[in-house]
Design a protein around this ligand. Sequence first.
Ligand SMILES: [Zn+2]
Ligand SMILES: [Zn+2]
Length: 369
Amino acid sequence: MMKEKSFFRKHMVLISVIGVFLILTLVGVVVYYNPPDVLLDFVIRQGIKLNQQKPSVFEDDGLYVITTGTGAPLPEKGRAGPQTVVVAGEQVLVFDAGPGSTLNLVLSGISPDDISGLFLTHFHSDHIGDIGELALKYWTANGSDVPLQVYGPPGVQMVIDGFEQAYVLDRGYRIDHHGEETMPPSGFGFEVHPFDLGSDLMSSQTVYKSGEVEVIAFNVNHLPVFPAVGYRVNYKGRSVVITGDTIYTESLTHHAKGADTLVSEALNHKYSQMVSDSSKDMGSNVSVVAKDIKTYHIRPDEVGIVANDAEVSQVIITHILPPIPSNILKNAFLRGMKETYSGSVYIANDGTLIKMPVGSDEIFIKELL
Ligand SMILES: [Zn+2]
Ligand SMILES: [Zn+2]
């Protein structure tokens, strides 16, 4: 009896610590599975407050590029369908709307209702799949009363008409539920600005000009897909070129001349052949598709030739084909490019931000997501 008493007394501190730990664990489990309202209220309010206080990454005057979708049709975890966002001063220009890209655009800190224009490179599904979602977010985020402005080569009207029709029922639901003041009917849908560059591969045209922001569309070669265009954005002496989908072409080099940043798609032929060979017995279309796509995408070493000849400062690789199976194979994906281009090359992720301040030659890269 005496022995037991002295045991508890001797280990009083340890027993107290264990007791407190068990009680806290029990409280933790109860709170985790059934948190009290007061705690929920606090956490939600703090979350919203912190979000609103988040400093904007676009505060300095400059040209910013965010790769909000860096994937392609072959699925890869963590990569949405192709989309590149350019922020130039107060203007937000969106290039393509690949599946899943709208979510990344919002998560990157861009308010959809700030979008000045959506520019389409061509009408392959991986570049247009999220147009409906983007337009809906543009309309509903803050009650836009002017529809989303869309720019694209011939065919754009038909594609946009289809999306508009598909979302007409949703338009009605939202106006009925939230009222016309919150969801102005005039802000739903699209206003289309088609442009036609003809079939001359070297032709280009200024398709958007507002303040100091200029967007030039130029033909690229994605045959048999036609039309297919790339874009160049100029803003206060800084510039970015977006290739769209294309094989190597003189048009790219010509229109990328002296650009600060080249955002280029790239397909590694060796990887693609390996995907094709290894999926031959799977009984799906992957093998044939992986082989066929080699004929209408540019290789990394060819991107290097363009960047070198056009004297581009920074290359950003996106629309990565096929998916790179492991991070240790990232450098191998670019094999051959070092021989053709000695400048800086970066394989983009969803949420990569490229900052080009006005009045300097500097280029900064950071990850947002
Ligand atoms: Zn394509
Ligand atoms: Zn594509």
